[in-house]
Design a protein around this ligand. Structure first.
Ligand SMILES: Nc1nc2c(ncn2[C@@H]2O[C@H](COP(=O)(O)OP(=O)(O)OP(=O)(O)O)[C@@H](O)[C@H]2O)c(=O)[nH]1
Ligand SMILES: [Mg+2]
Length: 343
């Protein structure tokens, strides 16, 4: 799914503090020499590109990034404090353009090894203590601080879904994306509520987000055009993980059969999709039938195959934070790499 994420921001480095004009004043020395200290340098703005961020969403809320100014110098030769540097965290893949010229300044194709400077803070001004000469012993001037650099940049990132939600219609796929992201897809108690893929950004913590794609439901024969077909599966080709959702409450179908049918349809579209890591999620556990024999038998099979599965209730908010943490582990750690090797 190719969505472009864009943001425009102003980045302003801190102004350098002014040098101080000051003279020594002591009881024994009422007309002492100049002792105005230097101003501190302004804070600079650095950039890092992180592999664990996947969107520019933070930059759409906050548009101005300013590093603090340096403090002014003061008497007794005291230097002003430097303004602290700030660091902007961008996802790998971000392209930075100069908003004014449109010129590409940077493209982060891989994570940055160390932060690099985007705009530099202004130098602090020198205090008057530096300007005394034999002929000019009481300079009444000091250097002002320099301005910090400023730039207006456009950020651009191709959004790719990391996680694809697949399953029969009406199992609760859209309900899940709505529960864990800001996406607000249509949710209703009938098949094929979702007609178009939806993207949602799921935030785990400050440094980690992932993009989830909710697509229309699959049914038997989808590869022959039944239901909404399978063309929308092209949006899932670049995902790294599938959440395969199964309705644990339905009485007219069998969970294992549902699972196999959806797998067949995925394979008919592209056999590569079957190699994707998958998390099997049994939803609507709040409304599950009393007779859980079939479900239990299927779970035992999955367990024996070393597959990852969870039972949740999206509507009842049961097991959802745990599911998000599991997805994060599958995406960002190698804890679950064995799953891929077995496939
Ligand atoms: N009892 C129960 N109902 C749920 C749960 N999660 C979702 N539902 C309901 O199941 C119905 C279908 O939910 P959707 O999220 O639209 O399902 P979907 O898989 O996106 O369906 P399609 O878009 O048609 O493929 C809605 O009426 C939801 O309110 C749950 O945990 N328990
Ligand atoms: Mg839906």
């Amino acid at each position: 799914m190719k969505f472009i994420d864009e943001a425009q921001i102003e980045v302003i480095a801190g102004h350098g503090g002014a040098g101080s004009v000051h003279f020594r004043r002591e009881t024994m020395e009422p007309w002492g020499g100049p002792d105005g200290g230097d101003g501190g340098r302004g804070g600079s703005v650095y950039i890092v590109a992180l592999p664990t961020l996947t969107t520019l969403m933070d930059f759409r809320f906050k548009k101005k990034y300013k590093a603090p100014n340096g403090d002014n110098g003061s008497g007794k030769g005291k230097a002003g404090r430097a303004g602290a540097d700030i660091t902007l965290r961008l996802p790998v893949g971000t392209i930075i353009r100069d908003t004014v010229t449109g010129e590409v300044l940077y493209e982060f194709v891989k994570p940055t090894v160390e932060p690099f400077m985007l705009v530099k803070g202004g130098r602090g001004g020198k205090g008057n203590m530096h300007f005394a000469t034999s002929v000019h012993q009481a300079p009444k001037f000091a250097q002002p601080g320099e301005e910090g650099e400023t730039i207006s940049i456009s950020l651009e990132l191709k959004l790719l879904a990391d996680v694809g939600l697949v399953g029969f219609p009406n199992v609760g796929k859209s309900s899940l994306i709505a529960a864990v992201s800001a996406a607000r897809p249509k949710i209703a108690d009938y098949a094929f509520t979702t007609l178009q893929p939806n993207l949602g950004v799921v935030r785990i913590d400050e440094d980690r987000t992932f993009v989830m794609a909710d697509v229309p439901g699959l049914i038997e024969g989808a590869h022959e055009g039944i239901g909404l077909g399978i063309q929308f599966l092209k949006h899932l080709e670049r995902t790294r993980v599938f959440i395969h959702m199964i309705d644990a409450a339905i009485t007219t179908r069998d969970p294992e059969e549902d699972y196999n049918i959806v797998r067949q349809e995925l394979g008919a579209f592209n056999p590569e999709l079957l190699k994707r890591k998958e998390i099997i999620v049994f939803n609507k556990i709040d409304a599950a039938q009393d007779d859980t024999e079939k479900l239990d038998a299927f779970c035992a099979k999955l367990e024996a195959q070393g597959k990852i599965f969870r039972k949740v209730s999206v509507a009842g908010h049961d097991g959802i934070p745990e599911l998000v943490a599991l997805v994060a582990d599958v995406l960002f750690t190698n804890k679950y790499d064995f799953v891929e090797k077995r496939a």
